[in-house]
Design a protein around this ligand. Structure first.
Ligand SMILES: Nc1ncnc2c1ncn2[C@@H]1O[C@H](COP(=O)(O)OP(=O)(O)OP(=O)(O)O)[C@@H](O)[C@H]1O
Ligand SMILES: [Mg+2]
Length: 382
């Protein structure tokens, strides 16, 4: 099963590119599911079908699912979060720790991820296409399983220990409310589910396509997005430049746009090489419905096989004495590295990843760290 994620700045054509790719897949006989993590119904609008929380067939072999964020996992999550907050407070644990717990990410995104995984598990699909929310939310969404791993792995043992060792005593003396067993097991279920989602989305059969339009502001954001996606371990396998004005005609207005876009496209090639840059022309009408989307798909991929397994190295590699993280387009001055116990905390600009080191490296001191050709190389002492 191949998983394809589409992300990019708001309005650049993520939904269109995702729907076009899914349409091509179905036309090639692949059992295809296209899902949206967005609360808006754009995907259903693009495919010209009514929105639905369950997969519905939009065209032969092409199923659409709009994740229903109304479904309330929030209740459970809220319980866990409230419990953690009050327990930390009552136990007088340090500020930072309790703060880490209160930034537990939103329930809506969790639902979207879990539903995606449920569908993947059915074994029913050859291709799952994910139309993600705009950049910032997507990154949060994508980083979520790992962020959650970090929080939950701290939270659960404390909760359990608290329950076991202190429970009856503390409840009387310090009035710390012990959590209901069900809260903890809900947390554990979540944790396991999200680990599986992360594995799915960063696995060998998943890749992200970064959608942009050839405009300075959009390209600048796409560059940052590429760095952060790689930081979080997601493999980007193509950049899609959408709404490219076709050259020609005697119109001054259009000539100026073509000129400006040509300059931006040169920048895009220089920035994102060796990733393939796929282009879609600015069409004379909105591509709505499977026929129009199939045409977009053909223009988009040309000779490229959109469903081939991703090639190249994964963003992170770990060997016996070295960890290498691909951080394309990152500036040396934006990168920060910290060690905390058996974790390595890597910061790139405003994004941060906490990497749990494997046992082989966890007890060893960092010997050196260097950023070269977009690769952060961290070596460990023997
Ligand atoms: N190449 C194109 N030519 C003409 N119109 C396009 C093209 N690509 C997308 N559009 C239209 O532009 C609008 C925005 O596209 P789309 O909904 O795919 O963007 P999006 O990135 O998903 O937006 P959002 O961030 O709101 O989810 C839609 O009306 C779509 O039909
Ligand atoms: Mg959209």
């Amino acid at each position: 099963m191949r998983v394809l994620l589409f992300t990019g700045k708001g309005g650049v054509g993520k939904t269109t590119a995702a729907a076009a790719t899914a349409t091509l897949a179905a036309r090639r006989g692949l059992k295809t599911l296209v899902v949206s993590t967005d609360t808006a119904h754009s995907l259903a609008d693009a495919l010209a079908v009514p929105p639905s929380g369950e997969p519905v067939e939009a065209a032969p072999g092409l199923y659409l699912q709009q994740v229903d964020t109304q479904r309330s996992l929030e209740r459970h999550w809220g319980e866990l979060q409230d419990y953690a907050r009050s327990a930390f407070h009552e136990l007088g644990l340090d500020e930072i720790t309790s703060e880490e717990v209160t930034v537990l990410p939103g329930a809506e995104e969790i639902i979207a991820l879990l539903e995606l995984r449920e569908q993947a598990r059915t074994g029913r699909w050859d291709v799952i296409v994910v139309d993600c929310a705009p950049t910032a939310e997507t990154l949060r969404l994508l980083a979520l399983p790992e962020a959650l791993d970090w929080h939950v792995s701290r939270l659960l043992p404390i909760g359990r220990r608290l329950l076991k060792a202190l429970g009856p005593l503390v409840r009387h003396v310090a009035k710390v409310s012990a959590p209901e067993e069900s809260v903890l097991s809900a947390g554990e279920r979540l944790h396991r589910g999200l680990m599986a989602v992360r594995e799915l989305l960063t696995g060998d059969n998943a890749s992200v396509r970064l959608v942009l339009t050839p405009e300075a502001v959009v390209v600048a954001e796409a560059r940052r997005t590429l760095t952060s996606l790689s930081l979080y371990g997601y493999r980007v396998d193509a950049v899609i430049a959408n709404r490219v004005f076709p050259a020609g005609g005697a119109d001054e207005w259009r000539a100026r746009w073509v000129e400006a876009q040509t300059k931006q496209l040169a920048d895009v090639h220089a920035s994102f090489a060796p990733l393939p840059i796929l282009t879609v022309p600015y069409l004379p009408a909105e591509p709505v419905g499977v026929d129009a989307l199939a045409e977009v798909g053909d223009a988009l991929y040309g000779e490229h096989d959109p469903f081939a397994a991703p090639t190249g190295e994964p963003p992170m590699r770990i060997s016996a004495d070295e960890l290498t993280l691909w951080l394309p387009l990152a500036d040396k001055s934006d990168i920060d590295l910290a060690r905390k116990g058996d974790e390595l905390i890597v910061t790139a600009g405003s994004y941060r990843r906490v990497i749990a080191l494997p046992a082989a490296l966890a007890r060893r001191t960092v010997a050196s760290a260097a950023l070269q050709d977009g690769h952060l190389r961290v070596t460990f002492e023997i």
